[in-house]
Design a protein around this ligand. Structure first.
Ligand code: HEM
Ligand SMILES: *[C@@H]1O[C@H](CO)[C@@H](O)[C@H](O)[C@H]1NC(C)=O
Ligand SMILES: *[C@@H]1O[C@H](CO)[C@@H](O)[C@H](O)[C@H]1NC(C)=O
Length: 335
């Protein structure tokens, strides 16, 4: 199976190279052809420099998640927040004054301790070799599997960024956006409508603070009434669970710990937690995808693998002059 993926990848890669270098696809271009940054990622990136990297990561993720299953969704979300701001460059992990991580919007992010422990172990085995951005990407894949989701090959070779700004943390969608806004956000990162609906399927596990839905259950956009797109039964339940902003509610009310397609079935039944979840079903552009996933788990699993690879490719730093391999994921290297 591994060989099969690798040879397919190599084939596509070589095809890419030849079309770009020899300009087969665009013979009129005379400027020097440049591969897109994500084309420099590869499944075999650490095969000679740190052959145990993936094994160490998956072992550590399993140990942490077995102790605390809520870390599986936490680490998947951390990867999303990383890629959403300045691309997948581990900017979300930087822990200095004024970094993304210190922002109000980042206050419920978790899983930093797990990444730190993995990094410490990898620095022992292969110093200054495996980037924090790659660790986070692979950990999100491993967390998905542990929750019952699909496997996919992770291409490696991201480097870590040196910039992280508090004010950019609010670029990540908060759950009050409309579909047009979400589509624009995804498009700016090379992700499309199908990726939006598919990756939102991560909300099949994990929790939200009530803060994110208070307006939906008590005072929807200033009307003094709840969101009419909430089922009566679900509204009652949420009002019972949500007394304070920091109370927690499951994103998938039916199977909160299982990575499955119940999330999409919930949307069809008007029991989606976030307003942005529910809108995926009611919006005419995205609704058909929701209905397809609600009834075809195999389709969701295979598309989720594809869309997660795309998420992991967002604005990656891969060229020699870009980024660095951080020694400690919390801090930029000293000069
Ligand atoms: C499409 C736009 C998205 C919006 C508006 C959104 C919004 C949110 C919000 C508001 C929460 C709860 C935060 C809190 O109150 O503590 C949350 C949790 C979560 N999100 Fe998203 N999200 C989006 C996309 C994604 C994507 C693309 C992924 C992963 C690929 C993801 C994975 C998660 C996970 C796993 C959780 C649960 C975290 C935990 O249990 O600790 N989300 N999201
Ligand atoms: C949707 O959100 C965008 C901002 O992201 C805003 O400009 C637009 O007016 C909103 N559209 C509707 C119909 O509310
Ligand atoms: C407020 O909610 C209603 C639905 O109850 C909707 O028709 C209206 O467009 C919303 N207003 C804004 C500004 O989003």
């Amino acid at each position: 199976m591994k060989f099969h993926y690798l040879s397919l990848f190599l084939f596509v890669f070589i095809l890419e190279l030849s079309t770009n270098i020899y300009g087969v696809s665009s013979p009129k271009k005379s400027v020097k052809p440049l591969l897109p940054a994500e084309a420099l990622l590869s499944i075999s990136h650490y095969h000679s420099t740190c052959p145990d990297a993936e094994g160490v990561i998956s072992q550590k993720v399993a140990a942490w998640v077995n102790k605390d299953p809520t870390l599986a969704p936490a680490i998947i979300r951390l990867h999303f927040h990383d890629c959403a701001v300045r691309g997948c460059d581990a900017s979300v992990l930087l822990n200095h004054k004024g970094s993304e991580r210190t922002a109000f919007e980042s206050r419920t992010l978790r899983g930093f301790g797990m990444i730190d422990e993995i990094k410490t172990e990898l620095e022992k085995r292969c110093p200054r070799t495996v980037s924090c951005a790659d660790i986070l990407t692979a950990a999100a894949r491993d967390a998905t599997i542990l929750a019952g989701g699909p496997f996919w090959e992770v291409p490696f070779g991201r480097k870590d960024g040196k910039i992280s700004l508090t004010k950019e943390a609010n670029l990540v969608p908060q759950g009050h956006e409309n579909i047009t806004g979400l589509l624009a956000f995804f498009q700016e990162r090379g992700l499309d409508m199908l990726d939006l609906v598919t990756l939102s399927g991560s909300h099949t596990i994990g929790r939200s603070t009530c803060y994110s839905i208070m307006n939906r259950i008590y005072n929807f956009n200033g009307t003094g009434k709840p969101d009419p797109s909430l089922s009566v039964y679900y509204l009652k339940l949420l009002r019972k669970r949500c007394k304070k902003d920091l109370d927690l509610v499951h994103l998938d009310v039916i199977t909160p710990r299982t990575f499955d397609t119940t999330y999409y079935k919930n949307l069809v039944r008007k029991v989606g937690l976030l307003s942005t979840d529910q809108l995926l079903f009611s919006d005419a552009r995205t609704g058909p995808f929701v209905e397809a996933f609600a009834t075809q788990p195999f389709l969701f699993d295979s598309q989720f693998s594809v869309s997660m690879v795309k998420l992991g490719n967002v604005q990656v730093l891969t060229r020699p002059n870009e980024g660095e391999i951080r020694v400690n994921c919390n801090y930029v290297n000293h000069v």
